[in-house]
Design a protein around this ligand. Structure first.
Ligand SMILES: CC(C)(COP(=O)(O)OP(=O)(O)OC[C@H]1O[C@@H](n2cnc3c(N)ncnc32)[C@H](O)[C@@H]1OP(=O)(O)O)[C@@H](O)C(=O)NCCC(=O)NCCS
Length: 169
């Protein structure tokens, strides 16, 4: 368990309908059994994925020492997840990249995202990484003030290029 603190007691107005009482929020490393919860939230992120497919990916990512996947759990449900990864660039060295982050829409604005990012930052610091970076789609309007509140500075704007390869050749 990375952290175990915090309840909804101070924000009774934000208690999700499904939660009838004050529930503790835990930030902990993901396990293979979190695949369904992570897949469900991935759909919310705009990446619908079958649980089996997500489970295979999660198994591979969890096996990498340079990657970390954490979940926020409340009342036995996964209400958020984050994926951080150590990336080494030839020209600029190593840093921690936030590759994925989502908080259940019903749970936003309660500090869940802040705690997930803080936990990955702590993981990165333990690995000796001095820099954490994230690329956020301009369309994800809520994520921009979020990262700025957490101390992230916008350093550049990019175009993203993709090319699909024909693997049948
Ligand atoms: C972005 C996201 C992860 C934020 O999670 P969250 O749990 O709602 O964020 P928190 O409650 O921890 O907010 C942390 C800080 O950011 C601020 N913040 C969060 N969302 C905000 C918004 N939409 N507008 C302005 N400020 C916002 C909060 O006010 C808070 O500041 P404070 O602690 O100083 O009061 C969540 O909105 C989300 O999952 N969005 C969809 C997916 C996404 O955009 N992911 C990022 C991909 S790069």
């Amino acid at each position: 368990m990375v952290e175990l603190e915090g309840t909804y007691a101070h924000r009774p107005d934000r208690i999700p309908r499904a939660m009838s009482s004050v529930l503790p929020l835990a930030i902990r490393p993901a396990t293979p059994t979190d695949a369904a919860g992570i897949a469900s939230l991935s759909g919310e992120l705009g990446y619908p994925v079958a649980v089996e497919t997500l489970a295979d990916r999660l198994d591979r990512v969890l096996a990498r020492v340079g990657d970390v996947v954490l979940v926020a759990e409340a009342g036995g449900d996964v209400v958020g997840w984050i994926h951080g990864s150590e990336q080494e660039f030839l020209e600029s060295g190593s840093r921690c990249e936030l590759l994925g982050l989502v908080v259940d829409a019903r749970q936003r604005g309660q500090g869940v995202g802040r705690r997930l990012v803080a936990a990955v930052e702590a993981w990165a610091a333990r690995r000796g990484l001095e820099l954490v970076s994230v690329r956020s789609n301009v369309a994800r309007a809520e994520s921009h003030p979020f990262y700025e509140r957490l101390g992230y500075a916008r350093v550049k704007t990019q175009h993203a290029y993709r090319k699909r390869l024909d693997l049948r050749q």
